[in-house]
Design a protein around this ligand. Structure first.
Ligand SMILES: Cc1cc2nc3c(=O)[nH]c(=O)nc-3n(C[C@H](O)[C@H](O)[C@H](O)COP(=O)(O)O)c2cc1C
Length: 185
């Protein structure tokens, strides 16, 4: 059950409401300006004690490291080659890594990735938040992939974002307000 009866409507609320994960993309690249806007949204996200401990690695979809990562993810999961790779052939991926041992690294990464997601949505672009490569990026090949993805020393992968021009049109997910919300009087 959704509770969409708010009388207030503005650009931010519309963007939040219309966002949905995209799992099909055209080959059209992002412009430099689109990429800058999305990265700036990530950089402007709040972080615990303003630590700014997130690093953003932008990788074009054709970079060979992504095929290696896809293969390692499948190897760890015992999966055959899938019809799509883990980022659904999106033209751009942004990997967020963060300082190990900082209490808020995961929370801050989540906030930053959602800021970027909404920025991309507001530009008419599709996005997919990607966590399925987490084990591959924290496993026996962690050092190899961290080096390839130029993560700073002492940082490790948190979450990734695929961005591009979407060619599917999934509708936003349903939610159960009663189940998920408690209001104490
Ligand atoms: C932390 C996180 C990790 C996710 N990892 C993946 C992933 O690896 N692959 C994928 O296809 N979707 C992934 N998703 C997308 C979720 O499946 C999706 O957000 C959820 O099904 C709700 O759908 P919606 O985004 O369209 O509202 C992830 C989402 C989050 C928040």
């Amino acid at each position: 059950m959704n509770s969409n009866n708010s009388p207030i409507s503005n650009q931010v609320l519309s963007t939040i409401k219309q966002r949905s994960s995209a799992r099909a993309y055209s080959t059209e690249q992002l412009t430099q300006s689109e990429l800058d806007i999305i990265l700036t949204a990530g950089l402007m996200a709040p972080t615990g004690i303003n630590r700014q401990e997130i690093h953003f690695t932008v990788v074009k979809g054709y970079n060979p490291v992504l095929a290696e990562l896809d293969e390692e993810k499948r190897r760890l999961r015992g999966q055959e080659k899938q019809p799509h790779n883990f980022y659904y052939e999106a033209p751009v991926l942004i990997f967020l890594s963060a300082e190990d041992g900082f209490k808020w690294s995961k929370v801050d990464s989540g906030i930053a990735v959602e800021n970027m997601t909404l920025a991309a949505e507001s530009l008419g672009l599709g996005t997919l938040i990607i966590g399925c490569v987490y084990d591959a990026l924290h496993g026996e090949k962690q050092e190899y992939f961290s080096e390839k993805l130029k993560m700073p020393q002492g940082y490790s992968f948190q979450i990734a974002l695929a961005v591009g021009h979407k060619t599917d049109n999934k509708i936003p997910h349903e939610y159960d307000y009663e189940k998920q919300v408690t209001v104490l009087e």
